[in-house]
Design a protein around this ligand. Structure first.
Ligand SMILES: [Zn+2]
Length: 358
């Protein structure tokens, strides 16, 4: 049985051809663990779970890696400003960054369990992989794809000819895609930080490096952990559409730039979850968390079932407080087949998942 998926890189539906026959090695960009996740975040992980269960249904062994971002920036511009969300949360809650990260990683794993998402084979933490990140940065410097300025290291995107291929952000689109507030150390506004020099008052989450004390940019962790756990060529990389640029564009530039060959066989991205017509996000104040679904007396699997109606690249029906709570109320019975008793789940999930991302 040939499984075909929509590959974001080629913008076409292609057969999945694993590097090792009978085995799928897949990487999913995981959470930044400084606050609870909402079901909009979890929808990306549902997509990965549908894919994984489908691969397994058709006889593949799956090695699934989901990273835990515990050095706490969500966006590269926050890195550029030296903001660390784990440190900020720790200060606000009177805890250490490690305590914050461990607490929210545990909460995330529990939310996944409640949605029937199979645990990843590995959940590598960024803070435990700074050495491999430094190694990749050194390779990029050796290949003249990066430069050092004042204790920081930047990727020179103009030196990587394929930069922009995943997102389509090239030329004017790239200029518009990068933020307007430009770090004066960058040679080009589109360049991005691989390593940042630690600010003098930064006490936590600082590492020694060949360029002095500092901390990694966000994107480099996924290049380091994906290739470390899955090898220099692996089959599927998933994430939300908001990861396409800059995060995955930069991951390709880093991984392929360091290794000199393609690394990911297929890029699969899930659409945003809409709530009242807009993307579910903390900033939009329209989020819903798993425990809030339960507090309403509803089964979290009702959300899983509703989300499956629009899985893959389609935008699923909005589970908002105003409109979708009634919809979820009608779903628990329908959600029963989604309960993770493996045989039933796999049979039920097979056909819709295979079709979904196309
Ligand atoms: Zn990532």
């Amino acid at each position: 049985m040939q499984i075909r998926l929509h590959n974001t890189l080629t913008r076409s539906v292609e057969p999945v051809v694993p590097v090792n026959e009978g085995e799928i090695r897949m990487y999913t960009c995981g959470p930044t663990v400084y606050r609870p996740v909402h079901v909009g975040n979890l929808r990306s992980y549902l997509l990965a779970d549908w894919l994984r269960r489908t691969f397994e249904l058709f006889g593949h062994r799956v090695i699934a890696v989901k990273n835990i971002t515990d050095v706490g920036h969500m966006r590269q511009d926050a890195v550029d400003r030296g903001e660390d969300k784990v440190i900020a949360a720790a200060l606000a809650e009177g805890k250490t960054p490690t305590q914050i990260a461990e607490f929210y990683e545990g909460a995330f794993r529990e939310d996944e369990r409640r949605l029937g998402i199979l645990p990843a084979t590995f959940y590598p933490r960024a803070t435990a992989h700074v050495g491999p990140m430094i190694e990749i940065i050194e390779r990029l410097l050796a290949r003249d794809l990066a430069y050092v300025v004042d204790g920081a290291v930047y990727y020179a995107v103009k030196r990587f000819p394929d930069y922009g291929r995943l997102s389509g952000n090239v030329g004017e689109a790239l200029r518009q895609g990068v933020r307007t507030e430009v770090d004066p150390n960058k040679r080009n506004p589109a360049d991005f930080a691989l390593w940042k020099r630690a600010e003098p008052d930064r006490r936590a989450l600082v590492w020694d490096s060949p360029w002095g004390p500092g901390y990694p940019g966000w994107h480099i962790e996924c290049s380091a952990m994906s290739t470390r756990y899955l090898g220099e060529r692996f089959d599927v990389h998933t994430g939300g559409v908001d990861n396409i640029f800059p995060h995955h564009e930069d991951e390709i530039a880093q991984s392929e730039g360091a290794l000199g060959h393609p690394v990911v066989g297929m890029w699969v991205h899930g659409q945003h979850l809409l709530a009242d017509g807009v993307k579910m996000a903390k900033s939009a104040r329209n989020t819903l968390e798993v425990h809030e679904i339960e507090a309403l007396g509803l089964d979290p699997l009702a959300f899983r079932y509703r989300a499956s109606a629009g899985c893959g690249r389609a935008r699923p029906p909005p589970p908002t407080r105003s409109r979708a709570i009634p919809a979820l109320r009608t779903s628990p019975n329908a959600a029963d087949p989604a309960r993770p008793s493996p045989g039933r789940v796999r049979k039920r999930r097979a056909r819709p998942v295979e079709r979904a991302p196309s």
